[in-house]
Design a protein around this ligand. Structure first.
Ligand SMILES: O=C[C@H](O)COP(=O)(O)O
Length: 261
């Protein structure tokens, strides 16, 4: 895995209000502290609903927690007449580190295309946020055997016009849509095939150094029982975890994949 620090990111999706968020982060923090989790070795973050961010920030600050927090989306704009949108400036002021961009649920239910994903990725980078750019194919594409070309086209779109310096900061999450929330995990070989192809494409678009720096996560029904074998693949640098991130003990186990007996 070269020198990349693995990242375990929990995407809560539209779950947990701001009070429940405090409890969940507190329990996660305790579980990780009990396990003497080495945050230098494996980074842990939670992507929470916008309305939870302030509460999570207060808790993390008060507890001196090393769990970072982030958002699940951001606007492609900075300010102005964009009703309902959230500026990266607001997120940055709340201490947000990571922001998911182009999650398949945004692409599917909100019509987000590669151009918008690209604009949001640029906006995040311009305001000191680390975008977690989500890519991945649906079942029809997988059945046709076109998962690599389909996903690489999304990568090309997301990175269009982004400098090498900025590209090296981006996190990419490969999430085959057929494995999201279905209990169906891609095999480690499936994940490696596409994650490896993403890294190779970054080397073509930029350089071997940039490709080597970018963390490429896997997402889709990740559990503590599947994380170790996924992480054993050379191009899987962590996980974007949905459902299992709502259970603090389970999520802490996923984050400690290296330490598990
Ligand atoms: O962002 C997370 C992914 O959509 C995976 O969700 P899941 O772990 O519930 O399948």
């Amino acid at each position: 895995m070269a020198n990349r620090t693995p990242l375990i990111a929990g995407n809560w999706k539209m779950n947990k209000d701001h009070l429940e968020a405090v409890h969940l982060v507190q329990k996660l923090d305790w579980a990780l502290k009990d396990a003497k989790h080495d945050f230098e070795a494996v980074e842990v973050t939670v992507l929470v609903p916008f309305t939870d961010i302030r509460s999570v920030q207060t808790l993390v600050d008060a507890d001196g927690s090393q769990v970072s927090y982030g958002a699940q989306d951001l606007s492609a704009h900075v300010s102005g007449a964009y009703t309902g949108e959230i500026s990266p400036v607001f997120l940055e002021k709340l201490g947000v580190k990571y922001v998911a961009v182009g999650h398949s649920e945004r692409r599917q239910y909100h019509g987000e295309d590669d151009a918008l994903v690209n604009a949001k990725t640029k906006n995040a980078l311009a305001h000191g946020l680390v975008p977690i750019v989500c890519v991945g194919e649906g079942l029809d594409v997988r059945k046709a055997g076109d998962q690599v070309s389909y996903t690489l086209a999304q990568v090309d779109g997301a990175f269009e016009g982004i400098s090498a310096e900025d590209a090296a900061k981006v996190v990419v999450a490969y999430e085959p849509v057929w494995a999201i929330g279905t209990g169906e995990v891609a095999t480690p070989a499936d994940a490696q095939e596409v994650n490896g192809a993403i890294r190779a494409r970054l080397a073509e678009l930029y350089s071997a150094e940039v490709a080597d720096a970018v963390r490429v996560l896997y997402g889709g029904s990740v559990k503590s029982s599947s994380i170790a074998e996924l992480m054993a693949e050379p191009d899987v640098d962590g996980a974007l975890v949905g459902g299992a991130s709502l259970d603090p003990e389970e999520f802490a186990k996923i984050a400690r994949f290296q330490a598990q007996a």
